[in-house]
Design a protein around this ligand. Sequence first.
Ligand code: ASP
Ligand code: MG
Length: 254
Amino acid sequence: MALIVQKYGGSSVADAESIKRVARRIIETQKKGNDVVVVVSAMGDTTDELIDQALSIDSNPPAREMDMLMTAGERISMSLLAMAIHAQGEKAHSFTGSQAGFMTDTQYGAAHIRAVKPDRVKAAIGNGEIAIVAGFQGVNSRGDATTLGRGGSDTSAVALAVALGADVCEIYTDVDGVFTADPRIVPTAQRIESITYDAILEMAASGSKVLALRCVEYARRFQMPIHVRSSFSKRKGTIVLGTYADLDSIPNRD
Ligand code: ASP
Ligand code: MG
């Protein structure tokens, strides 16, 4: 039995229908005999909308209040996703970053993860529940909510996968993985079957944004394989891993 962390980005949970679709996919993964832990981003453009709302009230909002506000986006999606799983007859339990044990420094808006102690997530897995964790957030030593910087849910997912000793961290997006060029612009672009952490960091440095930089660095440090794939198709995506890692050892690749 594999332990799989799945991260769903904002475009994959943009509305109620998408949330139900993602819930079905999570349940399918569990029914195949895997333990599944999910990290979720805020729905659609929620984070941008929250920022606009804040700026319409205070042109220079206190960083602490900004983080308090922004962590609300992921709370909405995590609880709705847990409800969607419940409505489909399975057990799910949602956790904020703080509840999931993400301890960070005090740098609001760009906090660094200092430790991940996912005791409650482990307990949920032990009870046969699907744990749904809010991405992009943690708690600092003052007990205040912090955010990890835009796009930070990818990093949350990898950090949680590492802390749980997961077999793979699957990152779901709206494209079928990593391509030789942008498939929306270059129709002959090919999907890359697998790629090393170093190669993807080079791509990121040259402006291609597939995964958040910090997330890949974190994965490389702990050699956590990442499977980048689409939540809108069942096709195989791209595996990001170390030079000597074994591609065939990665679960859930059908
Ligand atoms: N919701 C946050 C953002 O839009 C975090 C994320 O999506 O990873 O930046
Ligand atoms: Mg987002």
